[in-house]
Each structure stands twice: as C-alpha cells, then as structure tokens.
Design a protein around this ligand. Structure first.
Ligand code: ADP
Ligand code: MG
Length: 728
C-alpha cells in the first residue's frame, strides 16, 4: 500500500519513477495524483489537428486513415507510413523497419498518438511517435464504454500520456485510505466530494460530471489551503504587541490639517479613519494602501506619520530610489512648512524635523541626520534602504511606511521593523492596482485599503498609439504636439527603454529595464536610448527647447539637480528612462512620449503615464511603436490607450501571464501548487475560501482540532514555498 508521501520509486519502481521525475518533476505519490489530466478525450471525438503547436510534445486522438508500407529508397529495410486524421486535416506517422505495427494501426481504428510535431517535406508529422489504440470492442456495458473519458495528461518524451494514466491507475489501486483534510461540516455544507473520491474521479472519470465535481473539490482545496495559511499569518501578526499611537488633540496633525490647501476626498477620509483606528490598537497595523498614481496616498500616509509623531513616536518613510526619497523629502517638507522647522527661526511651536537619509550623503550630513534620528529630534525620517542599515538607530520608531513595495523585499521590511522593541505599525503603499483576488492571495497577509477616486479638478489623460513604422509622419506630429505643450507653458517627458552609449545594467536606482533588451536576438534592432534620443531631439524636433536627461547612471546629486530644475520649470523636456516611473510629481508636466513603447509592460506604461495629468491641465500620452497592428505587443498598447483604469489594466496584464507567475512560483523555479485555481477567473471561489478560512482559523488558530488539514498545509509551506507568499 502507498500513502501520499510515498516516493514514486517505492510505489512504481525505479524506471518509471525516473521517467516521471525527469520530464515532469513528479517525485511522490501526491505529486503524481496532483498531476491532473489536461483534458479528456471521448471515444469518437477527435482532436482538431489544425492547431497543433510545432516542436511541442502533443497527444492527440485521431483515426487511422491510410497505411502504406514500402521498401526504403536509399537504405535497406521498410518504411511504414501511417496517416491519421481528425476528419479534416491529417498528420503523418513514420516508422522505420517496424512493419509489424500494421497489425495495430489498421485503417478506421482510433488511437491516442503522441510525439513532437514536426514538418517534413511540407507535411506535418509526429516524430518518434508513440501510440495506444483505443479498444474498439466493448468488453462490458456498451453505453458506459462509449461514454468513458480518456484522460490526456501533460506528458513528456519519456512518459506518454497513457503511461502516466497507467501509473496513476496502479497508485489508485494501492492507495491507503486518505486522511480527509477538509472539515466534514464544511465539505458537506459546500457539497464537496471527499479527497480520495476526487482523486479517483479526476483521473478515472465515468463522465463529465465526475470531472467537474472532482475539479470543484480540488480547486477549493487550493484556494482554501492558501487562505488558511494567510489567515494564520494575519492572526499571528495581529497577536504581536505594538504600542498604540494616538495623536494628542491640537498637535502637529491638527496644525497640518489646518494648513492643507484642499479638503480630503471622501475616500481619503475613510482611509484616514481606518489608519487612526489601526494605530490606536495595541497590535501592529499591517496594511496595504493601494490607489492610482495621484490618488492622494502620500497625503494620507503623511497624516498617519504625524499622528505617530504627536503620540511621541517617530515615523519612517522608505522609498525605493534616491530620486524618490529626495522628492518625498522635498514635498513633505514643503507641505509641512514651518511645522517641519523645529528649533529653527520661524519654526512652529511643537513642530518636528524631517530627516533625509540616503546612501550618497556626505559623511557630515549623514552624521547629523543619524543624530537627529537617534535623539528623536527628527520625528519623520525619509530614506532609501540606507535607512535599514545597522548604524541607523531610532529613538522610538512607531510607524514604517513603505512606498511602492514592489521594490522592497520582506527581509528589508523586517529589518526595519526590528529597529524597535515592539514591532512598529506598517503601511505599504502601492500605485500598481492589484485586482481583489491577487490582493487576497499574494498580499493576503495584509489588510487592504483602496483609494478609488482621484481628487477633483484632475483632467483625464488622453493616450494615443503612434505607429511610427506604418506612418512615420505621425511621429513628426507627436514632436509638434510636444512643442505646442511647451509653447503653452507646460513641460514634457520623453521616455526611452535604454540609457545608451555603453549601456550596462542600469544602476539599480529604480530603473526597471524595459521588458526585453533583446540581447542576442538578432531579429530586432536595439531599443532606442536616452542619450542618443536626446542628441537627436536637441538637433532636430526639439531644437531651441531646454532639454535634459535623467537616468540611473547620473550621480545622485546630478539626478537631484535635474529633478529640481524640472520641478522648478527650468527644463522643458526631460528625456529619461523608467527612473521616472514611480512617484515623480511635477504637476506642470502635461505630455509624455514613450518611445519603443512595446518594450514596456502594461503596468509599467500605466505607471509612466501617471507622471502627467497631475495638475489641472489635460495630459497627453503618446505611445510610439513599430509593432505592427494585430500583434500581441500592439494589442497591449491599444489596451493601455483604451482605458485609464489601472484595475482593468492589471487584469489585462495578468491575463497574459500564467497563474504561477502571479504567485511568484516561477521565480523560485518551483512548480506552483495552484494547478486548477485561476486567480482571475476564480474570484468568487477565492472570496468564499477566504471567509471559510477566517472562520476556521478564528475558531482553531493552530488547527489543533483539524490535524488532517494541518499536515496537508505543512506540506504546502515548506521553506521554499513560504518564500513565495512573501515575495510580494
Ligand atoms: P499618490 O501618492 O497617491 O500618487 P499624492 O498624495 O502624491 O498621490 O497626491 C498627488 C497630488 O495631489 C499631490 O500634489 C497632492 O498634494 C494632491 N492631492 C492629494 N489629495 C488631494 C485632494 N484631496 N484634493 C486636491 N489635491 C490633492
Ligand atoms: Mg505618491
């Protein structure tokens, strides 16, 4: 008898186990049982042969339509040529010196045929084909025989689909009774099959209904397992002690609110109230704040930071790049005005100080900042990951705000949190819209708040795709539009995928290189580069305008200088890499031209576009591409042009990826445990599973009364896999 954990080599013998391990990465009985059929073939139902992918291992159900055996021309021996058909198209199978196979492969017979799809003399064929004839005579019940489904598995060259089916059959016949991980009450209430039953039906279904019910159950397991783990994490985090931070009335926060030149939107007020409540609890806040670029997250976060300062603590704001840290420092200082000038002439009574800490500061400045941080003089500390170095000592760190978490690892967050005796509260901000289900899975251990409305007075951005390949004069028109914006007193960005000249890697200062750099792919020209484009523009379409470049190879103070001058309106056109992707906030910039736009991802383009239209003047975004109409690249650009809704776009983005990628499993190189669950498609299921999981964990946090579930989850969260949940 075998159990789920039994190695396949004990269950099936060395040879089969090796074949399953080599091509399919299956090692245990459970791995094999969870290697579900890709689809099911029905007798008499043939595979459409017209869409088979070239050079891939396929399994098709087809009918033998012709058989011919003849002596070979060049060599001794016979050649057996078998043609199979789906009723329309055909596929050829060739066997050398295996004329005896004619006994199996008779015209009119159905079979499963497997091999790699190739083309020989213009005719499609399966190379090294392998096959299994489907019995054409019922042994028992005629009806049952005709209906029976044949599982078709993801197969490998070493292991054909029917060999996998055979192995699964052996396992199912020798499987010990399984411990049911789902609580009976839950299973019955939701009408889910038992686990053993589900394995049996998904691998050896009698009919389509079997398949559906088995998939329902196994898909629920995936959603539920993940949600129980996340619920446990939330419960654990929520049980940690933290210092409640309640703003003293009439303090900094109140003065700040009085200074604000606008009123908070209803959404901002909601989130603000949530944060106030979170911060008042004796357990750490653990919250994700998402909202479109420009939706006003930073203001809300700053208010939370001020509340903590009012309560006698410090707040740190972590930015992913120096440019952003500097910019945050500038804008926070400006928003606070005299409130940030404690101890200075004109500084407000009861004000604080805002320290900036970056890796490139002169030693003396840095020392002064460190002192302010350690003494508590600086209530607000803004910085890059330099902030989490050992040498940085906080007086009393109460809140950590992480801006654009995508570039910050969990380890870094934890390192910063460890700078306080009790864990500080944590607020993670992201402008990359995350569909609800992804928030519930990938970010499932954070509570989520969303800012959906943009502050009033914003004029929407218009986006156009400029097909420079098909219509070169469109590009000229694009440059004219930029000149018009500048003539009207506005500013513009020109974004390029590369820096140029001796383009090495960008320096990691926040530039994500456009999706493909095309190295070694002789087919495409290299993407356009900042330095070259800047020269071309200066001597051509932009001559006479004040141009500057911004990219990761500039020294930090040069970058800061360029950003300052751009913010001050002393630069008309900024030619830049994606270094401007996040957070750069210059309201007077109204136009953006993205060159080789097809080299960027959907969400990246959306982020870039968020740099314009931040003021009251309408924004114009031009996506220049040579990608021909109808290609996937062009469709992505059309999608970006068609909507400003980041949530919609993140769905487009996700729809193009495999689910495993969504959960980061592909990064760790490990198979995803989510086989049936589709994060986008199964939204309802995930929502249900989450509430079931919350209920269960609230009732039995350590799963002491659900041992079956506990052990099945333990297998899920081996050290490797714990990482994937955290690699948000
Ligand atoms: P985010 O961080 O979400 O990108 P910010 O907080 O930086 O957004 O806000 C973008 C701009 O909008 C800033 O200049 C900010 O001062 C302004 N802003 C924020 N909230 C409001 C509001 N309620 N009304 C008007 N302007 C606002
Ligand atoms: Mg911001």
């Amino acid at each position: 008898m075998v159990a789920l954990g039994t190695p396949l080599k004990h269950a099936l013998g060395d040879k089969t186990a090796k074949a399953l391990a080599a091509g399919l990465d299956l090692h245990t009985v459970e791995d094999l049982l969870r290697h579900y059929p890709r689809r099911y073939a029905q007798r008499g139902e043939l595979t459409d042969l017209s869409h088979l992918p070239l050079d891939e291992q396929v399994t098709v159900v087809a009918k033998v339509s012709a058989v011919q055996s003849r002596p070979m021309r060049q060599r001794r021996g016979t050649l057996l040529e078998v043609t199979v058909t789906d009723g329309h198209g055909t596929l050829k199978l060739t066997f050398f010196n295996q004329a005896w196979r004619q006994r199996d492969l008779q015209v009119g017979r159905h079979g499963l045929f497997a091999g790699k799809v190739g083309v020989f003399n213009g005719v499609r064929q399966l190379t090294h084909p392998d096959y299994q004839i489907i019995e054409d005579r019922p042994t028992v019940d005629v009806k049952a025989f005709a209906d029976q489904l044949i599982p078709v598995y993801p197969a490998s060259a070493a292991m054909a689909s029917w060999s996998i089916a055979q192995s699964v059959r052996i396992i199912l016949d020798t499987l010990d009774p399984l411990i049911e991980p789902l609580p009976d009450e839950l299973r019955e209430r939701r009408g889910l099959l038992g686990l053993s039953e589900s394995f049996r039906r998904i691998h050896r279904p009698a009919d389509r209904d079997d398949v559906r019910r088995a998939q329902d159950r196994l898909r629920f397991d995936e959603a539920f397992g993940l949600q129980v783990i996340l619920a446990q994490r939330r419960a654990w985090a929520a049980a940690q002690p933290a210092t409640p931070r309640v703003a003293a009335p009439g303090g900094l926060l109140a003065s700040f609110d009085a200074r604000l030149p606008f009123t908070l939107t209803a959404g901002q007020q909601d989130v603000a109230a949530t944060l106030t409540a979170d911060l008042a609890r004796p357990h750490p806040m653990h919250r994700l704040l998402q909202g479109e670029v420009g939706s006003g997250k930073t203001v809300v976060a700053l208010r939370a930071m001020l509340a903590v300062v009012d309560a006698g603590g410090q707040a740190a704001l972590l930015a992913p790049t120096e440019v952003l840290a500097q910019q945050h420092h500038r804008s926070v200082t400006a928003m606070l005005g005299p409130l940030a000038e404690r101890g200075l002439l004109g500084g407000a009574e009861g004000g604080t100080r805002v320290a900036l800490l970056t890796g490139s500061q002169p030693a003396a400045v840095r020392r002064r900042m460190l002192l302010d941080i350690a003494s508590g003089e600086a209530g607000i500390v803004i910085g890059t990951h330099a902030l989490i170095q050992d040498t940085v000592d906080f007086f009393d760190l109460g809140l950590v705000v992480v801006d654009e978490q995508h570039r910050f690892g969990v380890e870094q967050r934890d390192a910063l949190r460890s700078k306080s005796e009790t864990p500080p509260h944590l607020l993670v901000m992201t402008a990359t819209p995350i569909p609800r289900t992804v928030a519930m899975t990938v970010f499932g251990d954070l509570d989520v708040s969303t800012l959906t409305e943009l502050p009033l007075g914003r004029t929407p951005i218009t986006t156009h795709v400029v097909p420079s390949g098909e219509k070169p004069h469109f590009l000229e028109r694009a440059w004219e539009r930029v000149r018009e914006e500048v003539a009207a007193g506005h500013q513009a960005y020109v974004v390029c995928p590369r820096i140029g000249a001796t383009d090495g890697d960008p320096d990691g200062a926040g530039e994500s290189v456009a999706e493909d750099e095309d190295e070694g792919d002789g087919g495409r020209r290299p993407a356009v580069a900042v330095l070259e484009v800047a020269d071309l523009l200066a001597d051509g379409p932009m001559s006479g305008l004040r141009l500057a470049v911004l990219h990761g190879r500039l020294a930090p103070d040069e970058k800061d200088d360029v950003m300052r001058r751009f913010a001050a309106g002393d630069i008309d056109v900024l030619v830049a890499t994606t270094i401007i992707e996040v957070g750069v906030d210059v309201a007077n910039a109204t136009a953006m031209v993205v060159l080789d736009a097809d080299r960027f991802g959907v969400s990246q383009l959306h982020q870039l576009r968020g740099r314009i239209g931040r003021g009251s003047a309408p924004g114009l975004c031009l996506l220049v591409t040579e990608a021909p109409e109808g290609t996937p690249s062009r469709e992505r650009l059309d999608a970006v042009a068609a909507t400003l809704d980041g949530f919609e776009l993140s769905r487009v983005d996700l729809a193009q990826r495999r689910e495993g990628d969504v959960l980061g499993a592909s990064q760790s190189g490990r198979r995803s445990s989510l086989k049936l669950l589709a994060v986008i498609r199964d939204e309802d299921l995930i929502v249900d599973a989450r509430s079931e999981a919350e209920r269960l964990v609230a009732d039995d946090p350590d799963l002491n009364r659900h041992l079956g579930l506990r052990s099945s989850l333990a297998a899920l969260v081996d050290p490797d896999r714990a990482g994937y949940l955290e690699k948000a």
